[in-house]
Design a protein around this ligand. Structure first.
Ligand code: ATP
Ligand code: MG
Length: 220
């Protein structure tokens, strides 16, 4: 993003003249206090919010000229609150509905759904009502629903908040696989240990500005 400023209302500027490029290699971690602007920056990068001034580019294309559908083909976004992206009556439909919209064959959809259920350990909940899942299960479902569409970039807003130690380790394994497949991952998190221990780059945000940006140690 190029000289991006943004505020939710006229009075308060949340993001100030921000220049930032996230490349599609490795795990970039974004840290910062509550209210520092991490979620806002993530939504700007994902084209969910449009900048008041400046430009956000995704693979060289200005998000101003891109539909959300077009952006969605490139960038997968996991909301801080996973309930915000649950829409359907069953877990398996939650996973399949975008592929159905895109008109994939049923057999291919079914295979991908099974693969995701397996990868995220959700097979036993296949026919459950997503709204009644535990928070950690909802978070895994939301991430699986994003990944099934094979985005080139993945933006995860606080992906570990609802996860226990075992699930965190599993998430990390999944992220490592994605990274070796060439998916760029940006994770906003308070979870310093998770994020800084495994990131290839750490960006610290203070008051909507980049306070520190380091190429941390490579993914271990
Ligand atoms: N929809 C909104 N309307 C008005 N102000 C908002 C809105 N969303 C966020 N803000 C404000 O913008 C600022 C940055 O919020 P943001 O959610 O980006 O921070 P954050 O770093 O993600 O915080 P957290 O660590 O709590 O997730 C905060 O001061 C917040 O009050
Ligand atoms: Mg946030």
């Amino acid at each position: 993003m190029d000289k991006v400023s943004f505020g939710y209302d006229q009075k308060h500027i949340v993001v100030k003249n921000l220049d930032l490029t996230i490349d599609n290699r490795g795990l970039t971690a974004m840290t910062g206090k509550n209210g520092s602007g991490k979620t806002t920056i993530g939504k700007l990068l994902a084209g969910i919010l449009k900048p008041r001034s400046g430009h956000v580019f995704i693979s060289g294309e200005d998000t101003k000229n891109m539909s959300l559908g077009r952006i969605g083909e490139q960038v997968g976004y996991l909301f801080q609150d996973p309930e915000r992206q649950i829409f359907t009556p069953t877990v398996s439909e939650e996973l399949s509905f975008v592929m159905q919209l895109k008109g994939y064959q049923d057999k291919i959809i079914e295979e991908k759904v099974e693969e995701m259920l397996d990868m995220f350990k959700l097979s036993h909940l296949k026919e459950s009502f997503p709204f009644y899942l535990s928070r950690g299960e909802k978070q895994r479902l939301a991430l699986a629903s994003v990944l099934i569409n094979r985005p080139k970039f993945l933006i995860l807003d606080e992906p570990t908040t609802a996860l226990d130690i075992k699930r965190k380790a599993e998430l990390l394994e999944i992220l490592k696989v994605l990274i070796t497949q060439g998916v760029g991952v940006l994770a906003m998190s308070h979870d310093h240990k998770f994020v800084t221990g495994h990131a290839t780059r750490v960006i610290e945000v203070v008051g909507g500005e980049i306070y520190h940006d380091t190429a941390a140690k490579s993914m271990g």
